[in-house]
Design a protein around this ligand. Sequence first.
Ligand code: ASP
Length: 309
Amino acid sequence: MNPTLAIHGGAGTMPPGSMDPAAYRAGLHRALMAGHKILAADGPAIEAVTAAVVALEDDPLFNAGRGAVFTRDGQHEMDAAVMDGATLGIGAVAGICGPRNPVLAARATMEHSPHVLLVGLGALDFLRAHGVAFAEPGYFDTPGRREALRTMLAAEASFSADLDDADRHGTVGAVALDRFGNLAAATSTGGMTGKLPGRVGDTPLAGAGTWADAACALSATGHGESFIRIAAGHELSARMRLAHEDLDTAAAAVMAALAAVGGTGGFVAIDRTGRVSLPFNTRGMYRGFVHADGAAWTGIYQEAMQAWS
Ligand code: ASP
């Protein structure tokens, strides 16, 4: 087996000049190394994707954990999911604010509850009872995200151009293949700036924005409602298992289905040979992958990926 990890940090237009590409690449690299360390020590894919997503959640540049976007009423409501392709184990949380790392809340749901998705006060009580670390008030707030909400509400009020989508959404995620041939996926998000309180996107919904089985693993970013409509994660797997499409062919078909419902975004996906596919239909998608030997690649715009072998 060829242990491999691929990650994303959100898709959008990312106008050059509005952000520091080096800082984003450094954040992606840190996350790749956090996951790679686990795979290189023959650790399981589910641990590697969790570690990579924790690193991205801790980085305020990305819309997950610290740096999550604000809802219309100025709150954070975070969604996250993990899925272990070896067991079809799933853990997810939606609309929560409290746990410092929502992906660890998703892991706790998978490992310690008989359920796959927890929301509301019950979720927070459960997570506290299982020792998941909570953040201090204000931890998730960042000035840039607050400004993004102000800009969006002002644009709406004046019927002027909408917020750039780089400020509106984003998500982080990871997929991995481990030494034993098992696949896993993890995704975490603050959702979309100015979303209605109570809105849940594709991220915590297994089969939509997060999926892993014996054929492939996928983590998505972009307009969540569209990814839910096409059941993106399950569609990728179904095409590979039932129509015997290879990863790239199936990924292209999923992107076509996304476009057909007017959706924007992209995803990272991996198959059981360690091949990765990182398609998107926005101007850019923060993304990267690392091979078994530790060689890492990161990209933001349409840079060509390096050869596989
Ligand atoms: N897919 C996420 C959501 O809809 C947002 C994003 O990835 O930009 O919640």
